[in-house]
Write a protein that binds this ligand. Structure first.
Ligand SMILES: Nc1ncnc2c1ncn2[C@@H]1O[C@H](COP(=O)(O)OP(=O)(O)O)[C@@H](O)[C@H]1O
Ligand SMILES: [Mg+2]
Length: 234
């Protein structure tokens, strides 16, 4: 479904992504792990069309989308839930969701997507008229994910969704990611929380200084000594 090869990006001459190669097959959860500054966010922003790659190629569903922008990638079926959530704080839950569903011109389809989100996220349903900025961090994260899902993506990219959440909420979030995947959405998951990410993913990539240095089945990486000492604190 997604094939990324030899991706490169520099910010004003400073190399952030040097050589990233990865793929996501339909139905998978794929984790992207790496230390702070390894280039994870830059990589997923290129895939989602928020940054234009300076090197390499991105193919989605058999089409070359290397130079496609976000507004082109969303209708193709790629949605990014960015690092730091970025929900609109002054808007209500409902208004935030409507922004995620902007690609659906048909109001009935949009309303149906919103009802589906309220079924998956009951707490958002209770707070549909509430201003997003007044909700807890966990609720805002759920809203950010629901907003990305409003476009009914084939591939949902989550950039550090568990950042700053209490442990109980982190478990809830990972359960939710699993259930979204079980409904048929492929997931590319960027995480600092490597242990949890490896538990729910099929495969994982490790990014070091802008280069994908490892790829393996998640269950193999969990038991790997180098991965344990680098990411799992053991
Ligand atoms: N907007 C930006 N301008 C300049 N440098 C940036 C910008 N965003 C990220 N960088 C740099 O690019 C490198 C990779 O960052 P990033 O992709 O955010 O890594 P990660 O998500 O793995 O923490 C880092 O050295 C970071 O400081
Ligand atoms: Mg990041």
């Amino acid at each position: 479904m997604l094939e990324v090869g030899g991706l490169g990006y520099s910010y004003a001459g400073a190399i952030a992504v040097r050589d990233v190669t990865l793929r996501v097959t339909a139905g998978e959860i794929v984790a992207l792990l790496g230390a702070n500054g390894a280039g994870k966010s830059t990589t997923v922003r290129m895939i989602a069309g928020a940054l234009r790659p300076q090197r390499g190629r991105i193919v989605f569903d058999g089409q070359d989308v290397t130079t496609a922008a976000c507004h082109d990638m969303v209708p193709r079926g790629v949605a990014l839930c960015p690092e730091g959530r970025l929900v609109m704080p002054q808007m209500t839950v409902r208004e935030n969701l409507l922004m995620g569903g902007y690609t659906q011109r048909d109001r009935t389809a949009r309303d149906a997507a919103m009802e589906e989100m309220f079924a998956i996220f009951p707490r958002l349903a209770e707070r549909r008229g509430q201003v997003a900025g007044l909700m807890s961090g966990g609720e805002q994260q759920m809203l950010a994910i629901a907003r990305a899902l409003m476009s009914r993506p084939k591939l949902l990219i989550l950039d550090e969704p568990s950042l700053g959440l209490a442990p109980k909420l982190v478990r809830e979030l990972f359960d939710l990611i699993r259930s979204v995947n079980a409904r048929g959405t492929s997931i590319l998951l960027v995480e600092q929380n490597a242990r949890q990410a490896l538990r729910i993913s099929n495969r994982a990539y490790v990014l070091e200084k802008g280069v994908t240095v490892r790829e393996d089945a998640s269950e193999k990486l969990i038991g790997d000594d180098a991965i344990r000492s680098a990411f799992l604190g053991a």
